[in-house]
Design a protein around this ligand. Structure first.
Ligand code: NDP
Length: 448
């Protein structure tokens, strides 16, 4: 049977573009890709990249504060959101063009429209064109989830945050995961009065001690937090958005919902094509990212495994190697490090103290201190370095860091952990002095 293409990729985000580029560019497959919005997907267009640039923008007042602590006379002046937003848009246009060129340069045919699955080897584009392919890769990502309540049409999601006409004066953020706490710190840094409401403690799935320290420092910067509350309704009034949760009502200029994301499979034709979906709409795949329909694969957030860009990229690459490169490879989802870009940052890899303790006997090594840099500047900021160690094997099961640039540190600690390093091997590594990270190799006695 002959097909129009060897591979048709639906979705031009991190996982899709990597799979398409490797399949076409390295293995010579005939590949087409459809993207209904902008090339680059969530990470590049409305996620990691613009978020990190906003993190940089929002950290300037802290840098100025620190500069004064070091003897400089400096004022930051006024933040010009419009100027920043225009520059951000130009940067995203530049990156989008690079992503597009990466595809066309590798020989991938790009369709700038929505595609839906109509059979095991067939897709239909929004303009009605039907295309056949030996393999189909679903890489459509996920979308923000907003629960049902009265007035939900008034709230924003993370998609809207990069395109605001103006910064709100008072912002309520609902949620307590990555997106909620990152935007809380960004917006506070940009001068917005921020309140966070969540039904449970912030960063519930993270190491508790670390999550608590990040929360404390957010509060110390003036971010108000209210835990154990859900929103009953949002009403538009002359003063702003009146938000009612439980007994109380407070008024804000904007409300950001960051209550998780759901797989973007609605209307994609997957169930009609016989593909098994989970209750939340995620495409169910095996270790090879293959669905129950053998010609159809899925990678990235749409599979609801680990919703992180580097994971989607690796899943897409492993798929291309396996199917087109005759190099069978599975993505290893164990010990995936990540960072939450709060202020200070929070880097994490492996098991939390709570989960490790439920599994086996452990020792916990931890130290919390005011680092030299902020201490000299007169800032009360604290850092926390923590290792969770197996008593039986001595392996470092978890490493958690709350500190400036913790994202950079955890990347390196994760290499050692991936190699199966023991606590004694951490200790055998000579310290780099004076740094914060040296504490990871000088933790002598367990604290618990
Ligand atoms: P998360 O799953 O991290 O957090 C969702 C939050 O919303 C939780 O606090 C949860 O509470 C709360 N919540 C969920 N459902 C409801 C509901 N019905 N009513 C009220 N509250 C609710 O989702 P995010 O949206 O923050 O992020 C999505 C994903 O994106 C992350 O999991 C992560 O994989 C990825 N991401 C990664 C980043 C990074 O690597 N730096 C940055 C941003 C996103 P509870 O704790 O009680 O469940």
């Amino acid at each position: 049977m002959s097909f129009d293409y060897d591979l048709f990729v639906i979705g031009g985000g991190s996982g899709g573009v990597r799979a398409a580029r490797i399949a076409a560019g390295e293995y010579g497959a005939r590949v087409a890709l459809a993207e209904e919005y902008r090339m680059g997907g969530t990470c590049v267009i409305r996620g990691c990249v613009p978020k990190k640039l906003m993190v940089y923008a929002s950290s300037v007042p802290t840098m100025a504060e620190e500069a004064r602590g070091y003897g400089w006379s400096t004022e930051v002046g006024r933040f010009d959101w419009q100027a920043f937003r225009a520059k951000l848009e130009a940067e995203l246009n530049r990156l989008e063009a690079i992503y597009r060129k990466g595809q066309t340069g590798a020989g991938v045919t790009v369709h700038d429209q929505r595609a839906t699955v109509i059979g095991p080897h067939e897709v239909r584009l929004a303009d009605g064109t039907e295309i056949s392919a030996k393999h189909i890769l679903v890489a459509v990502g996920d979308v923000p989830f907003v629960p049902e309540f009265e007035g939900r049409e008034h709230v924003l999601t993370s998609n809207d945050m990069f395109k605001l006409d103006a910064l709100p004066r008072r912002l309520l953020i609902v949620g307590g995961g990555y997106i909620a706490v990152e935007f809380a710190c960004i917006m506070e840094g940009l001068g917005v009065q921020v309140t966070v409401w969540n039904r449970s403690p912030l960063m519930r799935y993270f190491d508790r001690e670390c999550a608590d320290l990040v929360t404390e420092q957010m509060q110390a910067r003036g971010i108000a937090t209210r835990i154990g509350v859900t929103v009953d309704r949002v009403r538009k009034t002359a003063e702003g958005l009146a938000v009612t949760g439980g007994e109380s009502t407070e008024t804000f200029d904007a409300v950001l919902y960051a209550t998780g994301r759901v797989p973007n499979t609605k209307g994609l034709g997957l169930d009609a094509a016989g593909i098994k979906l989970a209750v939340n709409g995620a495409v169910m795949v095996d270790d090879w990212s293959q669905t129950n329909v053998p010609s159809i694969y899925a990678v990235g957030d749409v599979t609801d495994r680990i919703a992180l860009t580097p994971v989607a990229i690796r899943e897409g690459h492993a798929f291309a190697d396996t199917v087109f490169g005759a190099r069978p490879r599975r993505m290893d989802h164990d010990l995936v490090p990540s960072a939450v870009f709060t202020r200070p940052e929070f880097g994490t890899c492996g098991l939390t103290e709570e989960i490790a303790r439920a599994q086996e006997e452990i020792e916990v090594y931890a130290t919390s201190f005011r680092p030299m840099r902020s201490s000299f500047a007169g800032s009360p900021d604290k850092v926390l370095m923590k290792l969770v160690v197996s008593k039986a094997t001595r392996k470092v099961l978890g490493c958690h860091i709350v500190a400036p640039d913790a994202g950079e540190m955890i990347q390196l600690a994760a290499i050692a952990m991936k190699m199966g390093a023991t606590k004694e091997q951490f200790d055998a590594t000579c310290a780099v002095h004076p740094t914060m990270a040296e504490e990871l190799v000088t933790l002598r006695k367990p604290v618990r």
